[in-house]
Each structure stands twice: as C-alpha cells, then as structure tokens.
Design a protein around this ligand. Structure first.
Ligand SMILES: Cc1cc2nc3c(=O)[nH]c(=O)nc-3n(C[C@H](O)[C@H](O)[C@H](O)COP(=O)(O)O)c2cc1C
Length: 375
C-alpha cells in the first residue's frame, strides 16, 4: 500500500517518483547552491509560535482576511509559476479551479502554460495576473491590455528577474524548450510512462501567452527565446511609474527584499509590496524571506500591505508569516508537488490541508481570528 499523502513532504516525494527528473528539478530547484531556497525554509523551521491556553476553541477559528481591498476566505494563495504544465498537463487550470472553489487568489504567470484568458475564465473572481516587463514595450502593453480585457483587477509586476537565475539542475539536465530528449531524458520518460503519455497527448508545455507575438507557427524554441527577452527587459522606477499610470486596478510589486525598495514601491503607487526571493531561483545569496519580512515590516508604516512567499510548507508556517507582519501569504512549489503527486485532485487537497493546519495552529495559539494576529 502506498504511503498516505498528509504533508507537503509526502506530496514532494510522490511527485518526484511520478515525474521525469528534468521536470521535477525545474520545479524543485533553485539558483546556484540553492542556499536562498534552503535559508527561506530554514527560517520557518527555526521560528516558534507560543501556545496559549484556556481560550474558547470549540468554534473553529475564522481564517478570513482582507487584502487588496477585498475579503478572502483564506489568508494564502497560489504564487505565479512558469511552466506549471510540467507537473501535469492542464496544471494551470487545475490550480485556478481549486483557488476559485477555496476563495483564495491564484496568480496566472506570463510564462504560464494556459492562456491568461483561460485562467481568468476558470477563476473568474480570484485570479490575478503576473506580468514580466520585457524588452518589447509593445508586447508588455498588449499583455496588460489582454489582462484588462479578460477582467483581471490585480496586476503583479515581478521585479527580480533582470537576469535569468543560474539554475544548475536545469543546466545539468540539459533542460530547454522544446524538450530535446537525449539518452538520459529518454530513460526518464520511460521511467514515467503515465506522465510521458499524457504530455505526448496534450503536447509538450509551451509558453502559450506569447504565441500571439511570435512568427506564425513559431517553434517552442522561438517562444522560449521570446520569453527570455520578455522576462528580462528594462524595468526601473520610471517604467513602474508608467505602468502605475496605465493600470487602473490594483498593482503589486513582487520580488522586493529591501526596506528602501518597499518604501519606494509604496510611494510609486503600489497597492501592496510582495516580499519574495523568487523561491530562491534568482540571487542565491538572498536572505530568508521571513527575515526580510520582519525587517521590512519594522521599517515601514503599518498600513502598507505586505505579501510574502518563499519556503512556506505547512499551516504553522502561514501563521508564522502572518505573525511576522505579512498581510497575505503566497505558496509556490507545494501546489505543483500536489499536482505531480495527485493530478487534478492535488490543489484542492492542499488548500484543505493548509487550511486545517492553519486553523489548528490558531486554536493552539489562542487566536479566534486573523484580526488579532501580530497585534
Ligand atoms: C517552477 C517555478 C516557476 C516560477 N515562475 C515564476 C514566474 O513566472 N513569475 C514569478 O513572478 N515568479 C515565479 N516563480 C516564483 C514564485 O512566484 C514564488 O515566488 C516562489 O515559488 C515562492 O517560493 P516557494 O516555492 O518556496 O513557495 C516561480 C517559482 C517556481 C517554483
């Protein structure tokens, strides 16, 4: 009998067994020696919560919260991730549907493997769009206009990819788009026949949001080259100010780790600042995001909303981040582990698991609702 899937670590292990190595490593890995990734996880492991007693815990704690001017059923959501279709074909929409059902946000990424319009359709009230500001201002403008037409009300501008991260696992695996299977990759595909068959049927994951801007019939490698240009274009405070003028909805700057940058983002009109080291996939020397959160919270006026991500692996971690001053928490890899392990059932199961763990952590620390957090 196979082991029950009752923790993110279980989901990760099952996903690793079911997915070819190059696909799992793309999701699981970080930049360089993966120190930033480990640091963010370790900061949560090393942080404690103080138990409190004799507080009414008969009625379940209220997990609802306000963020970006609206109410959410949960204080956490799904971070934007490129190429989620590597976990299993259709991953983007699986996450979108689960987020919609949970009443939690799901951020569709520019390098997603479903069209941003399709994600919005699957999550018509909770989806947000993540924008890479690329070398081509025309493409950037068109992506913004498409997000607007599709009905998105929140734009997340990712700031921490002025250069692509140096991801050693991808380089060692020879991972690129389109997949160019050498003998090792072929052996991995043969080890995972269900994944290989589903992917062959569905077509290899591609950067579908950029298909409109490529030459008709462009190859996957043409799209990948376009994506490389479209994730590392000129993005400075002036460009950010122009986006603020252009976008009338909520605007969030993602990838901030310094208090000076957080303050400047707020002054430039960001509705929230998202503390993130891109899951340790960019600067390997970056500090733990929980540490950066504490520093930024201490340096900023308390009414500036902060989101954070990086290394959140259970419900207690979510409470730790909220206690450290986050208004909202985002989670990346665990949702793709859940899909790699459980396919379409994964994201809903993970929402449920995190929510139950968070509720228990709140009961054990004497909290009835999140309004009391960090007070
Ligand atoms: C496979 C993968 C792809 C990602 N792609 C993007 C992206 O396209 N845009 C972006 O802003 N962040 C991207 N990120 C970063 C996530 O949004 C998030 O910051 C990070 O995953 C949080 O850390 P965690 O995975 O430990 O939860 C990606 C992360 C992963 C794991």
């Amino acid at each position: 009998m196979s082991r029950p899937l009752i923790s993110v670590e279980d989901l990760r292990r099952r996903a690793k067994a079911r997915m070819p190595r190059f696909a799992f490593d793309y999701i699981d890995g970080g930049a360089g020696r993966e120190m930033a990734l480990q640091r963010s996880e370790a900061a949560f492991r090393e942080t404690c919560l103080t138990p409190r007693v004799l507080v009414n815990s008969v009625t379940p704690a209220d997990l609802g919260t306000r963020f970006l001017g609206r109410d959410w059923a949960l204080p956490f959501g799904i971070a934007p991730m490129g190429l989620p279709g590597l976990a299993w074909p259709g991953a983007d929409l699986m996450m979108a549907r689960a987020a919609e059902a949970a009443g939690a946000p799901m951020v569709a990424a520019t390098p997603g493997t479903a069209r941003l319009e399709a994600v919005r359709h699957a999550a018509p009230t909770v989806s947000m769009f993540q924008l890479y500001v690329g070398a081509s201002p025309e493409i950037t403008e068109d992506l913004i206009a498409r997000a607007e037409r599709a009905g998105y009300d929140t734009l997340i501008v990712t700031a921490d990819v002025p250069r692509p991260g140096k991801r050693l696992r991808d380089l060692r695996n020879g991972f690129s788009l389109p997949l160019r299977p050498g003998p090792r990759m072929l052996a991995e595909l043969a080890r995972c026949p269900a994944w290989s068959l589903a992917t062959a049927r569905h077509g290899s994951p591609s950067l579908i949001n950029l298909a409109d801007y490529a030459e008709p019939g462009a190859s996957a490698s043409g799209l990948a080259a376009l994506m490389a240009r479209q994730s590392s274009g000129r993005l400075d405070w002036q460009v950010f100010a122009e986006i603020r003028k252009r976008w009338s909805g909520k605007l969030v700057l993602k990838g901030v780790m310094a208090a000076e940058d957080a303050l400047r983002a707020h002054e430039a009109g960001a509705d929230a600042v998202w503390i993130s080291s891109h899951g340790g996939r960019q600067l390997d020397a970056a500090p733990a995001t929980l540490t950066a959160l504490r520093q930024i919270r201490a340096a900023l006026p308390s009414d500036i909303p902060l989101a954070m991500d990086g290394g959140v692996r259970n419900g207690e971690d979510i409470l730790k981040a909220l206690e450290a001053g986050a208004d909202f928490v985002f989670i990346g890899r665990p949702f793709l582990y859940a899909i790699g392990a459980m396919r379409a059932a994964g994201p809903a199961a993970l929402f449920e698991m995190f929510a139950a763990e968070l509720e228990a952590a709140m009961a054990l620390t004497g909290r009835r609702s999140l309004a009391l957090t960090g007070a």
